[in-house]
Design a protein around this ligand. Structure first.
Ligand code: GDP
Length: 764
């Protein structure tokens, strides 16, 4: 192997013109001091952009969770599963945001011990951060990353303790102190403002030499899976070793197409044999390209040419340290061809930056972008379904509202119509009842003598007994008339009324909703059938009845004249009775008023009787004088015999009547007088009684109808309340649907943002 190395270098004579050469006006001033010129800015900008988008996604998820929680009372719109599903995205988005803030570009350096890995890292970082040299061998993984607080410190794996590091010597000492395993990782934090690459989120990982490590698989698992770029630092003085190749074979088995750069370091050594330079370079290039293209199959030939470099890390580091000190980079003992090697180192850095930036954006952000899109899509699906459900529910409720509204209008119209109809019907029935009662009462009055004749209580003219007799007769007549009227009318009337009530109930029930129909049945039937009260108070009505049981010869003048007396008093008494019945109608409970018997009318009646007596006496005295004149005249013309015969007949008749004036005759006379008196009185109250009865019927029907109306009113009130509730629900659904739509559209917006991001950073 050593022979081969010396042979190759003996062939080298210097950089060939075909090799990368500096531009004519090449300046060693670092062009990357302008931050925006660095391809790494693509990653920095992409990271900022996707972070911003995820801030929006986080807000969006919170809005969606707020909406779902606000709606979870209404399970018909939002299911608990959907709420849980949307809630779960909060943690996912937070996780992605955490990862995003930690996301960086990672480059891992591998190669055999002392190939110059640490030197390359230092050269790239423009500072001696990692200890290097023959005296120091990296015996664990060292990760150099930027620290935000401007401090330099290190943390060993599994410990949060920060060990301050001021210089590379201190670091070397600290690392020697630690008993570290070769797979262990030590984080070295270096102030970002000192190194542009660190500021741009590039993380460098130095590894122990591949040649000393027994456990490559463990390395790969622990340190390589998230690396964006691998740099194989080879020794240009030898060829690629099997150990190096083996390691990358393992890497490419675990990662699909890893980005591998091959740095042929220590190219300054070739300056000693410039004649073989081109040949050696070509040989190394071919072998390295074959390794990448044919063995690892991670790139094609054209790409491989962009991945293989011949550099001197030591020179590059030296030049940069000079620059830091303000000296020209090429001072000191430098081998020939330094500018070319330095240019190639910068070229490597440019290609490396482009590659790592592109690769990191793709590997790190593509998955975040896709997960963001997935979350937005899933929330959009939930919002879409929620919107559809709210819309459907809204439409259903609108239809329901219209139905209730139509029914309400119909019910109100029908109620108006029915009210008018029932009013007419009740009016007709009332008139009919009035006529029937009037007719029946008149007929009963005509048959009053029969009723009075049926009264069989023993009669006695003694005033006290007679008073009791009269009272009972009043009762008998009242009861008889009442029961006769009931027998004639009540059944038919009750049937009529019941039919009317039933019809009323049926028609009104039709207006009630199904669940209220049974309530209308409580309006009917009543506890007992309706019965008209006729209110014939004979005792009051005939309170002014005065029997005349004095014997009166029927052919006597006084008797004949007396029949015509006392009519005015009757009329007055009837008028008083009417007023009492009216009072009864107004206050039906007040039925115990018997004061009519001692009403002031009695006083008028008395005064009328006095007047009648005087009149009768005068007429009677004039009649006697007239009779004597007529008798004298007749005595002269017809003769005394005829007068005597006539007188005898008159006397016999008188005698006969006087003898037959027994108790029985008195009873008959009493009953006759009573019938005549009561007939007159009762006739006077026919209209009043029938009006009273019809009023009762009217009251009964009206109250039934009023109760039914009340039920319908309750139903319409319920409908009004339902419409108000539905209006409120419709408004809520409108809002719910509106919010779901806004959130759905916001999901589209977020997806669109991520698509724009992908278009800008991932597909270009
Ligand atoms: P590592 O073990 O791979 O990290 O190697 P180091 O970076 O520690 O380097 C080992 C030795 O090689 C150091 O003395 C460096 O100065 C030296 N060295 C590194 N790079 C170059 C180079 O390009 N040219 C020469 N001549 N020496 C180098």
């Amino acid at each position: 192997m050593a022979a081969y190395v010396s042979r190759t270098f003996s062939l080298a004579s210097g950089d060939s013109p075909a090799a990368r050469s500096p531009a004519p006006a090449m300046s060693l001033v670092d062009s990357r001091s302008l931050p925006d010129a660095s391809p790494l800015q693509v990653f920095v900008k992409a990271k900022k952009k996707i972070n911003d988008i995820f801030v929006e996604i986080e807000d969006y998820v919170q809005d969606a969770v707020g909406y779902m929680r606000g709606m979870q009372h209404d399970r018909s719109i939002v299911s608990p599963e959907d709420t849980t599903r949307v809630e779960s995205y909060t943690l996912k988005v937070r996780g992605i945001r955490d990862v995003l803030t930690r996301d960086h570009m990672k480059v891992a350096f591998f190669g055999r011990t002392s190939n110059g890995k640490s030197t390359v890292i230092n050269a790239m970082l423009r500072e001696k951060i990692l200890p290097s040299g023959i005296g120091h061998t990296t015996n664990c993984f060292l990760q150099v990353e930027g620290s935000d607080n401007g401090e330099a410190y290190l943390c060993t794996e599994g410990s949060s303790e920060r060990q301050n590091v001021k210089s590379v010597g201190q670091l070397a000492h600290a690392l020697c102190k630690e008993k570290l395993g070769e797979s262990q990782l030590v984080h070295i934090f270096w102030p970002k403002d000192k190194c542009l690459l660190l500021r741009d989120d590039v993380v460098f990982v130095d590894s122990p030499g591949i040649d000393v490590s027994p456990n490559l698989d463990d390395w790969i698992d622990r340190h390589c899976l998230d690396a964006d770029v691998f740099v194989l630092v080879a020794n240009a003085e030898s060829t690629l070793m099997l150990a190096e190749k083996n390691f990358f074979h393992k890497v490419s088995m675990r990662l699909s197409k890893p980005n591998i750069f091959i740095l042929n370091n220590r190219w300054d050594a070739s300056a000693t044999e410039p004649e073989f330079l081109d040949q050696v370079r070509q040989q190394h290039t071919e072998r390295a390209a074959d390794f990448l293209v044919k063995e690892l199959k991670v790139c094609n030939q054209r790409e491989a040419a962009e991945r293989i470099f011949f550099v001197s890390a030591k020179e590059a580091l030296q030049a940069r340290l000079q620059e830091q000190r303000g000296l020209p980079p090429h001072t000191g003992a430098l081998a020939d061809g330094f500018p070319n090697r330095y240019f190639e180192f910068e070229d490597f850095e440019r290609k490396f930056e482009e590659c790592i930036s592109k690769s990191a954006v793709r590997t790190k952000f593509q998955q975040h972008s896709q997960r963001g899109k997935l979350i937005a899509t899933e929330i959009r699906e939930v919002m879409d379904a929620t919107y559809e459900r709210a819309q459907q529910l809204k439409n259903d409720k609108a239809v329901g509202k219209k139905e209730i509204y139509d029914k309400l209008n119909f019910t109100e119209q029908q109620l108006l119509m029915l009210t008018q109809e029932m009013k007419d019907k009740i009016h007709r029935m009332v008139e009919d009842v009035e006529q029937r009662v009037s007719k029946a009462l008149s007929e009963e009055i005509r048959r009053l003598s029969v009723l009075v004749d049926e009264f069989s209580v023993p009669f006695h003219p003694e005033p006290l007994v007679l008073n009791v007799y009269k009272k009972e007769l009043h009762g008998h007549v009242e009861q008889g008339l009442g029961s006769n009227l009931r027998a004639r009318l009540s059944t038919a009337l009750a049937l009529n009324i019941e039919n009317s009530q039933r019809e009323m109930t049926e028609r009104m029930t039709a207006l009630l909703p199904a669940d209220k129909k049974h309530v209308s049945l409580t309006v009917l039937p009543r506890r007992e059938p309706f019965e008209i009260l006729y209110r014939l108070n004979c005792e009051n009505l005939c309170a002014d009845f005065h029997e005349d049981l004095e014997f009166r010869f029927s052919l006597g003048l006084t008797s004949l004249i007396a029949r015509f007396a006392g009519r005015g008093a009757h009329k007055l008494a009837v008028r008083n009775y009417a007023s009492m019945v009216s009072r009864d109608l107004l206050s039906p409970s007040d039925t115990g008023d018997t004061s009519l018997a001692v009403h002031p009318a009695a006083h008028f009646s008395d005064s009328l009787s006095t007047w009648s007596t005087v009149a009768l006496a005068s007429v009677g005295s004039q009649g006697t004088v007239g009779g004597l004149l007529i008798a004298g005249f007749m005595l002269k013309t017809v003769g005394w015999r005829l007068i005597a015969v006539t007188g005898a007949v008159y006397g016999c008749l008188y005698l006969y009547e006087r003898l037959t004036w027994t108790n029985k005759a008195k009873e008959r006379s009493f009953k006759r007088q009573y019938v005549s008196h009561a007939t007159k009185k009762l006739r006077l109250i026919v209209d009043l009684t029938s009006a009273n009865c019809s009023h009762q019927v009217q009251q009964e029907l009206s109250s039934t109808f009023a109760r039914l109306c009340h039920l319908v009113d309750e139903a319409t009130n319920d409908m009004h309340a339902d419409i108000t509730t539905l209006d409120k629900e419709l408004r809520q659904l409108e809002e719910a649907a509106g919010s779901a739509k806004v959130l759905r559209n916001k999901a589209n917006y977020v997806t669109r943002e991520l698509e724009i991001f992908e278009e800008a950073y991932l597909r270009s």
